[in-house]
Design a protein around this ligand. Structure first.
Ligand code: NAD
Ligand code: TDX
Length: 356
């Protein structure tokens, strides 16, 4: 069994679904079900005994210790976090609590658990920390992409809290010998992404005839990776990554925000033409995000060279799949907007264990 934290969120849920599609090793899924946690993402696992869901907080040391003792996982894959940069600007406290204190709590519980394991159980144990490229700060137009040795220079409360958590993970390896691995990935997109993030927000707003908000001049650059490719990278790092190492994960796919939005509009024009005219008419320039990082770009050569990982999707194929998914799953988006996804939890899940 593996313990996944944050497995009801966007990347965590994709990871749990992919993991159980690829094999039979059970998953213990610990998630607090904040606004970003949505058990509807895991509806296809209803009644599947390989998925054990526990609603709980990674800051709850006693709970984490009890789960480790009861389920004896061979690895922890740590996704749980506050993840949205704009929210971190308006309310940084939750980011420090979950991302820093929560990671600290997990590390301490993992250390206590791991230190009393013996033999192969101890040797094989892994703590995989899922992090972001935003810890490296921002790049100028001509700078080379971030490598694993780029100095940390986080600029938002979100990236500062993730950087702090990365440092804790590193220290728990160097000081206590905890067998850790860290991945720093670029911007993900794909199914089940909460519609506060650029790509699902633009799809949902376009279909609703609402403005498509572009921060600043729309020329900030992000490096986009399809979520399934990120999940595959995490599986590779978990299986074969070198202990104490960090791996940058990215698809060599830098793009200005405006180009992303125009691509989505063009795909929607093709799939669901709007009688009112092309979706690009909805593009609206709005006030920039404070401290908005100009450019992120990942040099993924280390994971490619050491682990042979390569993304399966190009941006062209991944964004097409993603737009198709949102068009086919408008109920999912509607439930998020109406808050009905929260009722799904009450209706389908009573207390602990796999959803009934
Ligand atoms: P998300 O916001 O969609 O999901 C986060 C999940 O964590 C939710 O299910 C939420 O309920 C849970 N959670 C939050 N606080 C918790 C707590 N205190 N205890 C237990 N569970 C808690 O986030 P995401 O986009 O899926 O990101 C997952 C991880 O990947 C994060 O660590 C993030 O920093 C990292 N990451 C994200 C991206 C991206 O583009 N989304 C890129 C690189 C790295
Ligand atoms: O309405 C918008 N308009 C806009 O122009 C939104 C929501 C965003 N943007 C811009 C800001 C960014 O330059 O689009 C870009 C992407 O924004 P987000 O989707 O908010 O992602 P970002 O801030 O880049 O962070 C994401 O990638 C790295 C995730 O939210 C993080 O969790 C991850 O670590």
């Amino acid at each position: 069994m593996i313990l996944v934290t944050g497995g009801a969120g966007f990347i965590g849920a994709n990871f749990v679904l992919d993991w159980l599609a690829a094999g039979d090793e059970p998953v213990l899924n610990l998630d607090a079900l904040t606004y970003a946690g949505n058990l509807e993402n895991l509806a296809s696992l209803r009644g599947d005994a390989r998925h054990v869901f526990v609603q709980g907080d990674i800051c709850d040391r006693a709970l984490v210790a009890r789960l480790l003792a009861e389920h004896r996982p061979r690895a922890i894959v740590h996704f749980a976090a506050e993840s949205h940069v704009d929210r971190s600007i308006h309310g940084p406290g939750a980011f420090v609590r979950t991302n820093v204190e929560g990671t600290f709590t997990l590390l301490e519980a993992a250390r206590a658990y791991w230190s009393v394991l013996t033999g192969a159980e101890q040797e094989d144990f892994r703590f995989l920390h899922v992090s972001t490229d935003e810890v490296y700060g921002t790049l100028g137009a001509d700078d080379p992409p971030f490598t694993e040795t780029t100095p940390y220079a986080p600029n938002s409360p979100y990236s500062a809290s993730k950087a702090a958590s990365d440092h804790l993970v590193r220290a728990w390896h160097h000081t206590y010998g905890l067998p850790v691995l860290t991945t720093n990935c670029s911007n993900n997109y794909g199914p089940y992404q909460f519609p506060e993030k650029l790509i699902p927000l633009v799809i949902a707003n376009a279909l609703a005839g609402k403005p498509l908000p572009i921060y600043g001049d729309g020329l900030n650059v992000r490096d986009w990776l399809y979520v399934g490719d990120h999940c595959a990278a995490i599986r590779e790092v978990l299986a074969r990554g070198r202990l104490g190492e960090t791996y940058n994960v990215g698809g060599w796919n830098e793009m200005p925000n405006l180009e992303i939005v125009r691509t989505i509009c063009a795909l929607l024009d093709e799939a669901r033409p709007d009688p009112a005219g092309p979706y690009e008419r909805l593009i609206t320039y709005v006030t920039d995000r404070p401290g908005h990082d100009r450019r992120y770009a990942i040099d993924a050569r280390k994971i490619e060279r050491e682990l042979g990982w390569r993304p399966a999707e190009t941006f062209a194929t991944g964004i097409r799949r993603t737009v198709a998914w949102y068009l086919a799953n408008q109920d999912w988006v509607a439930h998020v907007h109406s808050g009905a996804y929260r009722e799904w939890i009450t209706a389908n899940y009573a207390g602990r264990g796999a959803p009934a």
